[in-house]
Design a protein around this ligand. Sequence first.
Ligand SMILES: NC(=O)c1ccc[n+]([C@@H]2O[C@H](COP(=O)([O-])OP(=O)(O)OC[C@H]3O[C@@H](n4cnc5c(N)ncnc54)[C@H](OP(=O)(O)O)[C@@H]3O)[C@@H](O)[C@H]2O)c1
Length: 207
Amino acid sequence: MLGGTGEQGRGLARRFALAGHQVVLGSRSAERALAAAEGLPGTVSGAANADAAAAADVVVCAVPWEGHKELLLELAPVLAGKVVVDCVNPLGFDKQGAFALAVEEGSAAEQAALVLPESRVVAAFHHVSAVLLLDETVASMDTDVLVLGDDREATDLVQALVGRITGMRGIYAGRLRNAHQVEALTANLISVNRRYKAHAGVRITDV
Ligand SMILES: NC(=O)c1ccc[n+]([C@@H]2O[C@H](COP(=O)([O-])OP(=O)(O)OC[C@H]3O[C@@H](n4cnc5c(N)ncnc54)[C@H](OP(=O)(O)O)[C@@H]3O)[C@@H](O)[C@H]2O)c1
């Protein structure tokens, strides 16, 4: 879990650990990662980002957009051959709320795929609220997760992983060239959250 000391990384780690998976939280500081792992249920450990990446077959990238490209460039050799799940939303914030940033490569997920040619990049978990993931009173996450990627085996694997989290369903939602609007939709969900005091997610009907 790259950036595993943040709310999103810790929250996903918590839910995967509850589902019986071993998780390694990654951080720029191994000490911070170890501290963040404390108190989480199941088998969650902490390590420097590179060591966390080396320890897993599936690596989730949960760092802020600002540090995304640099971190993935640095870790490209260790991420080779692995499935990399990107949940990064390139967003800006001003007085009017959240808005989608223009991304040169099209989306954060496409940037990851360009930087990691030897990895299989899948986009998922953009609309999952870290607050709910970490809330011990929330037993079921009750949301769909849009899963995008260019490698069928990798998207199938990530859909299955999503399905391990109680209440969640992974829905295939297209190739990485369509990741931009999935990342951008998060700005709309933040508007929903502000208006309705909610932690909104998405549900796909008729599937
Ligand atoms: N929060 C949510 O509800 C949510 C929902 C869906 C998707 N996301 C996406 O998930 C990602 C993480 O969100 P978050 O709220 O957990 O973010 P965050 O707390 O701001 O950052 C997560 C971790 O990333 C590391 N980090 C910070 N700046 C970095 C940099 N420049 N380079 C490398 N690592 C850096 C930090 O860990 P260390 O200092 O320990 O290295 C930090 O604890 C974001 O891209 C966000 O768009 C978030």
